[in-house]
Design a protein around this ligand. Structure first.
Ligand code: HDE
Length: 683
């Protein structure tokens, strides 16, 4: 999967890190970079010191504006290959043919936090993919939720202003648990469905690798024979959908604010390449653009998979961390309107507003209109756009003709009126009166919020109740809480009663929609154990104890690239009972339970100095409370008992040898957590 890091279109080679000599930006050698030019040993610094001024000036300008939303993100390279079955709906070559491997760059992000904020906050996640296709760049700029807060782009500044830190004291950072956010949600009933997603476990993913992705809007696809369809994009993670629990997410924010980006790069380094299948919901292109009564132009609605199944059409594999965060992750520029022949936008008013915003925002962020020339953004196809000049122009265009039509260059470059190798807009009819309309089909704001609630299992519903109660509990104003409760009263009577009880407020009346049919596909609890690639198992060991489980587990799970980490009381080498040694990956001081999907206690830890460490109890109790598999080998059971962990609880495995626990632990990891145990802690 080689990547052309330096595709050149008339661009002279950039000399950036050549040779072993330190130079100025102009290429002159530098004699000394540690001492400024001064008049005398203790005299004033001279303006004449070009190297000093150039070095500091460049440093002063190292930052570009962070993204106004989605500032915090992590990028990664990979490839996409289609299965070939999408050829019946789209002529886009990268989707239609399995013969072509398409280079991709994906950027995952949170929405509200600044660039340095924590990864594991409760928020929607961006899932933006740049496909460098043979027909030009296609950007699928999606999220990990299939719906959005608002129906019209004109409200986007409002929802974002409300969610961002409040402007007087600029707090809270990267949090929705504050008055202005919930004031907006309570005042916009169309946001209720998205708020249900945000308060569910989907708002706190365990990993980018375990999130679904969605294009949200409906797209129009065109096949080679000219037939068109309305389509929704889905990303289905190979590892299933897996989230943190709220306490775990909060601890992680402090213990490892880089948790998600670290997980992404660590899993790639371990050989567990993250994968997603790209799926399509394909619906007929009808005049009214609805499906089974659902307005396909309304971005607050899903089409349940039970009535329109998701068809897998290709596989995305992420294989390579960026070489340089700034050059790639920070400078990548996505745009909803970067589409290729075979994929077109629709009249969804949210999508239409985005068509303006993404191009516009790059002008400020990347300093001008030539951002497509930045290495990470360069199309992998030939470019001949007749654009000239502008800030940061890197091409040296030749010739005198930069206009069309022209006689001097035989009217080159040519257009393709017949569309043989060009993007041609599908001639969809448009009519209507100009006006600031509010379509009737956009006025149902609660039936799908209810659909989501009814589709969750009891433990997921308990998490939803807890999240609403937490977030509204952090609001200071009574009217804000009451506004949201009024909306929840139109979703479900049990939901609103439980949240109101937690807040100590009266339960408002509301009209709950009738006849809503749940969509079991929305629950994220797996029916059976899934893949466990790249999961992290912590093994608690002690000097003088049995260290063999470390190597045995590594061998047992080698094919799945499960990462087995040694946790001890001290760094360096740990010596086992038979004279064997293992290197400590973490100490009880440097680790926290949140780093592990499961914890194993080796024989010989109970009764050791590890057992006496107060942090051991914290580690085990947290893992237990968060529903993680906990394995006690041999006398490890005694340690669990002494730290107050119920050894008879579901997902606590007592085994005599590693051999006995390999399969049960794999199954437990494949279920993500012990849902039965989590239910014990759910309100
Ligand atoms: Fe975005 N959004 N957005 N958004 N969005 C941006 O573009 C905007 C929306 C999404 O990793 C900005 O380059 C408007 C929906 C992702 O670089 C900006 C509206 C969805 C990313 C912008 C929306 C998204 C962005 C900020 C309402 C899911 C990160 C920086 C109409 C389908 C891309 C930038 C990355 C980023 C505008 C709503 C996803 C300001 C006006 C719906 C994943 O242009």
């Amino acid at each position: 999967m080689a990547r052309d890091r330096n595709p050149v279109n008339h661009v002279p080679e950039l000399h950036a890190q050549e040779g072993d000599r330190l130079t100025t930006a102009q290429g002159a050698g530098v004699d000394d970079t540690d001492h400024s030019l001064t008049a005398g040993p203790r005299g004033p610094v001279l303006l004449e010191d070009h190297h000093l001024r150039e070095k500091i000036t460049h440093f002063d300008h190292e930052r570009i504006p962070e993204r106004v939303v989605h500032a915090r993100g992590a990028g990664v390279h990979g490839a996409f290959r289609a299965y070939g079955n999408a050829a019946s709906v789209t002529k886009a070559a990268f989707l239609a043919t399995p013969d072509e491997e398409t280079e991709v760059f994906v950027r995952f992000s949170t929405v509200l936090g600044s660039r340095g904020s924590a990864d594991t906050v409760r928020d929607v996640r961006g899932f933006a993919t740049k496909f460098h296709t043979s027909e030009g760049t296609f950007d699928l700029v999606g999220n990990n939720f299939p719906v959005f807060f608002i129906q019209d782009a004109v409200k986007f500044p409002d929802i974002i202003h409300a969610g961002k830190p409040e402007p007087d004291r600029e707090i809270p950072q990267a949090q929705t648990a504050h008055d202005t956010f919930w004031d907006f949600i309570g005042s916009h009933t169309e946001s209720t469905h998205m708020a249900m997603w945000a308060m569910s476990d989907r708002g706190i993913p365990r990993s980018y690798r375990t999130m679904e992705g969605f294009g949200v809007h409906t797209f129009r696809m065109e096949a080679a024979d000219g037939t068109t369809s309305l389509v929704k994009f889905h990303w289905k993670p190979a590892l299933g959908i897996h989230s943190q629990v709220w306490e775990e997410a909060q601890i992680t924010q402090g213990a490892d604010p880089d948790f998600h980006r670290r997980d992404l790069y660590d899993s790639i380094a371990a050989g567990a390449f993250p994968q997603w299948e790209l799926g399509l919901q394909i619906m007929p292109d009808t005049v009214d653009e609805t499906f089974e009564g659902i307005d396909l132009l309304d971005p607050t609605k899903i089409v349940p998979e039970e009535i329109c199944p998701v068809q897998a059409v290709g596989l995305l594999t992420l294989t390579e961390a960026p070489e340089n965060f700034f050059a790639e992750t920070e400078q990548v520029a996505f745009h909803v309107d970067h589409v290729v022949p075979g994929i077109q936008v629709t009249n969804d008013p949210l999508m239409q507003g985005r068509l303006f915003s993404y191009l516009d925002t790059q002008l400020t962020r990347l300093g001008g209109p030539n951002f497509a020339q930045l290495p990470v953004n360069r199309p992998r196809t030939a470019v001949n756009d007749m654009f000239r000049d502008g800030m940061h122009q890197q091409a040296v265009h030749s010739g005198i003709v930069a206009y069309k039509p022209n006689q001097i260059d035989d009217d080159l470059p040519r257009t393709s009126p017949e569309g043989e190798d060009a993007f041609v807009t599908i001639p969809t009819p448009v009519s209507g009166e100009k006006g600031r309309h509010h379509p009737v089909s956009f006025t149902d704001h609660f039936s799908q919020a209810r659909l989501f609630w009814l589709s969750l299992t009891p433990v997921e519903q308990a998490h939803e109740v807890e999240a609403f109660t937490f977030e509204l509990g952090k609001c200071l104003r009574q009217e804000v809480k009451e506004g949201v409760l009024a909306s929840l009263a139109c979703v479900d009577t049990d939901l609103v009663a439980r949240v109101a009880a937690g807040l100590g407020l009266p339960v408002p009346d509301g009209e709950v929609p009738d006849g809503v049919v749940p969509s079991p596909a929305l629950s994220q609890i797996p029916a059976e154990p899934g893949r466990v690639d790249g999961r992290v198992v912590g093994v608690l060991v002690a000097d003088g104890g049995d260290l063999s489980p470390v190597a045995d587990l590594r061998t047992a799970y080698a094919d799945e690239h499960v990462v087995v980490r040694v946790i001890a009381t001290h760094g360096g080498e740990v010596s086992g009972s038979s004279g064997e040694t293992e290197s400590a990956d973490r100490t009880l001081l440097t680790t926290r339970s949140v780093e592990y999907d499961a914890v194993v206690i080796a024989t010989g830890v109970a009764g050791s100095v590890v057992a006496a460490e107060p942090r051991t109890a914290v580690l085990l109790q947290e893992a237990f409370r968060h529903g993680k598999p906990v394995v006690a080998l041999g006398d490890g059971v005694d340690l669990l008992t002494s730290t107050g962990v119920d050894t008879s609880a579901p997902g606590v495995l007592a085994c005599e040898s590693v051999r006995d626990c390999v399969q049960p632990l794999r199954d437990a990891l494949g279920m993500h957590r012990s849902w039965e145990r989590l239910s014990m802690f759910a309100g």
